[in-house]
Design a protein around this ligand. Structure first.
Ligand code: NAG
Ligand code: NAG
Ligand code: NAG
Ligand code: NAG
Ligand code: NAG
Ligand code: NAG
Ligand code: NAG
Ligand code: NAG
Ligand code: NAG
Length: 820
């Protein structure tokens, strides 16, 4: 009870605050002082509310999104753009302008409509001396001794908030639709027997159908608790806790949080970053049940979706969709849960029907005839010949065939359904929605495939024509003599003894240009030796390039070459040894990734940026790396990042700022669009690769490897979508843990997106990137659409080696000769 005493100070102060809301919102009139004997009136075009001391929660009248003329008497998050409602007294009966909420002198709290009729009452029958909207989202009515007589936390709608506890007998009831707050189709119940249960309901009668999920626990004193310090949502029983949603800590300081039984029947926990001006949104960080389509099979109800439709679910938030079979349409397209109806009369015998096949679809329970074992063909014929049959379900295992008539119930689609449905549709009907979509998709797939085949053939032919030796522009005899002065030439004997005669045990990896060995010099210094294959013409060129370049470069974020060794045809490069090998071994690996928390990742990102900045402008030369990627970033024992592999780097002279090459060398997934398509490269193509690398480091995913069903594109495309939807938090590598300053992180992602913008002129320079990353005062621009590089699956062609790691076929450096 102590929080209330300090709150008293706040609400004794009279403050009438008039706030301006976002662009489309009308003025809000808010009162901090909630005194007995006062009231609020609903006013058209306005929001009237009492605020919590922090201003985070408001209690009052909110216009219904779908119909601005109607108001909810509600509690909502007031500091976010979408004023998410967390409690509501009159979802079934929104009121009109002129309605009032009265806090009477005796503490009675009631809602009266515009005609003065009481719509709702808190029903407190003891004397209340004060009311307060608390900072945790709880509205309380309390008596003089501080004891709470009524609180919104005890009368939840569909949401619970951190620190809220639902006692035995309490329920959450979902709303009907996202923007329709009337009582919905699902309920979560804290039962006295200790079995927390989710029920589907009949909307009209409130009748409970068979539960679709239950904890199956028993015990005394059950309570549902949302623990604000651990983020756990659990059921307290006897003296133990049964987790409903597992622990995931998001600090209350940085995130708004809630858990809601959503209108689709899924109980989800959400977070929303605080202090983010735009681009933020609610992100799902846990849900139950695991798969409602799969779990909800009700003998009497229609299932998770309405009759004659079927349920699909998926994605990171287990979003649920209700779909109609071909030649069926929604009874009400705005209320898909109502189900579907056929566009024809299916249950008759005029004989002009055919069957449409649907894979992994079933409507369980509504069969009127079961035939087994028969083959699929016979099953189809059985249904076609039967006037009552609307759908035949066939299961290969056991040759089962079920004939079903309308209405179909509990429909579901998913790869766990080992059956296929044959839906009876009229023969002459034009192709259903479903069929058309399938054809369109198939056409697109075939075109893409043909395109890839052509491209592949083209590249293959080009490569066959490739001349083995090309002049290295930077190799002038002058520079060569310079090199000999600065270089430490190792003799073969030293290297052989350091690497134990190139023993297999010392081999670190195999690159395209030859193997890499670990070695130890007599003085104890550890080295890495890149031994170039003798037959690699490409390798020779890159070797020269690297030999020329690296001695000129001294920076703590560039790998240092200690020297080289040339004996006849044998060529070797000797580098400092990097204990922690390369970055890709960390960020793309769940276990290793856990070693890199947010601070370390940011440190690595900034280190790479500094190294690249040095290459671009701080060294005596302007150097374009051209093959920046995770496997080319090496890590020393203190996890300092060092850029390596300068085999493909190019020097720009004087005021040259871009160059075109017929020979595109780089790695797919990291190449900028202009470089991949016409060979133009500049410092901005490195900036693009850096942006990709940054996003990979934060997400723990390879740009070219993001292929879950929910993402149709590569990582860049995925990030862009999350950015547009304000769900960037979902991007972050789980291995990173959950404690990070969200605003810094979003900023970092924004910098990444700025780097991968389509237009090279839009991309910042590395100097700007370093500034943006290390100085939070610098304002960031809004990123434009990124350049998506084409996804091409190439097998190993000409490829460069990475110093200390073996290569995966997906990550080879490719060389291709551009047309013209
Ligand atoms: C503010 O609260 C105090 C104490 O509860 C009360 O005396 C005063 O009348 C209130 N002012 C308004 C405008 O309601
Ligand atoms: C109102 O008072 C009656 C008895 O006086 C009590 O049984 C009931 O629980 C009270 N209701 C509330 C909401 O406190
Ligand atoms: C719900 O489905 C999951 C699998 O998705 C299963 O493990 C679980 O036991 C099911 N629960 C109920 C109540 O059917
Ligand atoms: C919990 O409720 C579910 C659904 O009614 C039921 O299937 C299950 O047997 C119950 N478990 C216990 C332990 O009571
Ligand atoms: C609870 O029990 C029901 C009925 O026995 C079972 O189908 C379901 O999978 C169980 N749920 C969990 C979460 O174990
Ligand atoms: C609570 O106690 C009852 C009775 O001893 C027991 O059956 C039940 O399993 C306990 N529940 C939990 C969650 O420990
Ligand atoms: C449950 O509560 C009843 C009544 O208070 C008590 O007799 C019983 O021992 C309790 N069971 C457990 C497991 O705590
Ligand atoms: C929440 O969890 C913390 C840490 O486990 C614990 O100390 C605290 O008592 C819990 N709070 C509630 C209300 O259970
Ligand atoms: C789930 O995510 C999808 C996008 O992936 C979004 O369209 C949908 O609104 C989300 N659903 C919920 C309930 O958050």
């Amino acid at each position: 009870m102590e929080p209330f005493s300090c709150l008293l100070h706040h609400h004794l102060l009279l403050q009438i605050i008039v706030l301006m809301l976002g662009p489309t919102c009308a003025r809000t009139i808010t009162y901090r002082n909630i005194s007995l004997g006062t009231s609020l009136a609903a006013r058209t075009g306005r929001t009237t509310a009492w605020l919590s001391p922090s201003g985070e929660f408001a209690f009052g009248f909110r216009p219904v999104e779908a119909d601005g003329g109607l108001f909810l008497f509600a509690i909502w998050f007031d500091e976010i753009e979408k004023k998410t409602v967390v409690w509501c007294a009159n979802g079934n009966e929104p009121v009109q302008a002129g309605a009032t909420v009265v806090l009477a002198d005796d503490g009675q709290l009631s809602l009266k409509d515009q005609e003065g009729q009481e719509v709702w009452n808190a029903e407190v029958n003891v004397t209340v001396t004060y009311a307060a909207m608390l900072d945790n989202g709880n509205f309380i009515l309390a008596s003089g001794d501080g004891s709470v007589r009524w609180q919104s936390f005890d009368h939840p709608s569909d949401t619970i908030l951190p620190s809220q506890v639902l006692a035995v007998g309490k329920e959450l009831r979902s709303r009907l639709m996202d923007t329709d707050y009337s009582s919905g189709r699902f309920k979560l119940s804290v039962r006295s027997d200790g079995n927390l249960t989710f029920y589907p309901l009949n909307i009209m009668t409130g009748f409970e159908y068979d539960p679709y999920w239950a904890t199956n626990t028993t015990g005394n004193g059950s309570r549902l608790v949302f623990n604000e310090s651990t983020g756990t949502i659990y059921l307290a029983l006897n003296n133990t806790n049964v987790d409903l949603l597992p622990e995931r800590i998001y600090s209350m300081k940085n995130f708004y949080q809630r858990a809601t039984l959503d209108f689709d029947g899924v109980f989800r926990r959400y977070i929303y970053p605080k202090n983010v001006k735009s681009g933020a949104g609610w992100t799902t960080v846990g849900f139950q049940p695991p798969d409602i389509c799969r779990n909800l099979t009700s003998k009497t109800g229609s299932g998770a979706c309405g009759f004659n439709s079927y349920c699909t679910s998926g994605g990171g938030n287990q979003s649920v969709d209700c779909v109609c079979p071909p030649d069926y349409s929604f009874l009400d397209p705005n209320r898909k849960y109502k189900g579907c109806t056929p566009n024809f009369a299916p249950q008759n015998c005029n004989g002009r029907f055919t069957l449409t096949e649907m894979i992994n679809v079933d409507w369980p329970l509504s069969a009127y005839e079961h035939l087994a074992p028969i083959d699929e063909d016979r099953c189809r014929r059985e249904c076609l010949g039967d006037c009552n049959c609307a759908v035949a379900i066939y299961q290969y295992e056991g040759g089962n065939c079920w004939k079903k008539r309308l209405p179909l119930s509990n429909g579901k689609r998913g790869d766990y359904v080992d059956r296929r449905a044959f839906v009876k549709v009229p023969k002459d009907s034009t192709k259903g929605d479903f069929g058309t979509k399938k054809i369109v998709i198939a056409t697109i797939l075939v075109s893409i495939f043909l395109l890839l085949v052509c491209l592949g053939l083209f590249l293959w032919k080009k490569n066959r024509k490739q001349v083995p030796t090309l002049a290295v522009p930077i190799t002038s005899s002058k520079e060569r003599s310079g090199m000999e002065l600065e270089w430490n030439l190792f003799d073969m004997f030293t290297i052989a003894s350091a690497t134990d005669n190139f023993s297999v045990n010392n081999k670190l990896g195999e690159g395209g240009f030859g193997p890499v060995y670990k070695g130890r010099l007599d003085d104890g210094q550890e080295i890495a030796v890149k031994r170039l294959s003798m037959d690699s013409a490409q390798g020779l060129k890159e070797f020269k390039n690297e030999v020329m370049l690296i001695p000129k470069l001294q920076h703590k974020n560039l790998v240092r070459i200690l020297g080289c060794c040339i004996i006849g045809e044998e060529r070797m490069l000797i580098y400092e040894y990097m204990q922690n090998k390369s970055l890709d071994a960390f960020i793309f690996d769940k276990k290793q990734g856990a070693l890199l928390n947010w601070q370390k990742r940011l440190y690595i990102i900034i280190g790479i940026a500094r190294g690249l900045l040095y290459l671009h402008q701080d060294s005596r030369l302007t150097i374009i790396h051209r093959d920046l990627k995770a496997s080319n970033i090496l890590l020393d024992k203190d996890m300092n990042p060092k850029i390596s592999d300068f085999g493909t780097a190019r020097i720009f002279k004087g005021d040259q700022n871009q160059e075109k090459t017929r020979m595109v060398i780089g790695t797919f997934g990291y190449m900028s669009p202009e470089y991949a398509s016409d060979g133009t490269f500049s410092v901005k193509s490195d900036v693009f690769s850096f942006g990709v690398l940054l996003l990979e480091i934060l997400s723990g995913k390879k740009n070219r490897m993001v292929h879950q069903s929910e993402y149709s594109m590569n990582l860049i495309g995925h990030v862009w979508r999350l950015w547009e939807e304000g769900r960037c938090v979902e991007l972050l590598d789980e291995a990173m843990g959950y404690s990070y300053p969200i605003s810094k992180l979003l900023r970092c992602i924004q910098v990444g997106l700025l780097c991968v913008q389509e237009g090279s002129n839009d991309r910042p320079t590395m100097a700007e990137v370093v500034l943006m990353l290390s100085n939070e005062g610098v304002a960031l621009q809004k990123p434009k659409r990124p350049g998506f590089c084409i996804e091409i699956s190439l097998t190993k062609q000409d490829s460069s080696s990475s110093q200390q790691n073996s290569m995966t076929p997906n990550e080879v450096t490719v060389t291709m000769l551009g047309g013209r």
